[in-house]
Design a protein. Sequence first.
Length: 201
Amino acid sequence: MDKVKRLNIVNSITGIKPGNLIGTISNDNFPNLAIFSSIVHLGSNPALLGFILRPQHKVRRDTYNNILENGSYTVNHLPNHLTKNGHYTSVKFDKNQSEFEYCNFKKYYIDGFKAPFVKESNLSIGMKFMESIPIKANNTVMVVGCVEHVLVNEDALSDEGYIDLEILKSSGISGLNSYYKLTKIDSYPYARISELPDFKK
Ligand SMILES: Cc1cc2nc3c(=O)[nH]c(=O)nc-3n(C[C@H](O)[C@H](O)[C@H](O)COP(=O)(O)O)c2cc1C
């Protein structure tokens, strides 16, 4: 099969991935913002998230370098109306060129936390770096971090703590260049055998 077509298929087969912007800052104060679709929940207690970083020995990786420098980063949901801006944060800008500026995102900081948050995002997470796990099979790294802050638009947060991604207008990603709106279908209770619906009715 054609190499590019094969790559595109493989990038898309897992279905929808979350669209997030990772915000970081270097110790010499250059902020950085980049789109990542591989953020994954690792556990809730302790609250851990991971993401996969592509091989980093050949190209400069500002996000990763900044995380290693000061141990803090933010994960910000990509809002529906800014998918194009978010996409272009993947451009290889120089270290001193801020994606916040070039792609028109506003940054803000909270007390006692080094990395910048994205103002336009309806859900942002302040993360503390924990460990990097090398994946030998393809020279990628899983970056594991601990959730320190969750800043969420309260309209989308239920009393039980559920978060409605449709209200947040968060985006999904397929492959490396297609962006989706998310529509909530329904919510179901914890699945117990004693409450199994009769699906044949
Ligand atoms: C839709 C999309 C999803 C991406 N997801 C990832 C990812 O999960 N991991 C990764 O290492 N790079 C990913 N990238 C590439 C990074 O955004 C790109 O390498 C960026 O330049 C990294 O910025 P930095 O060098 O400032 O860290 C993705 C790019 C796009 C367009």
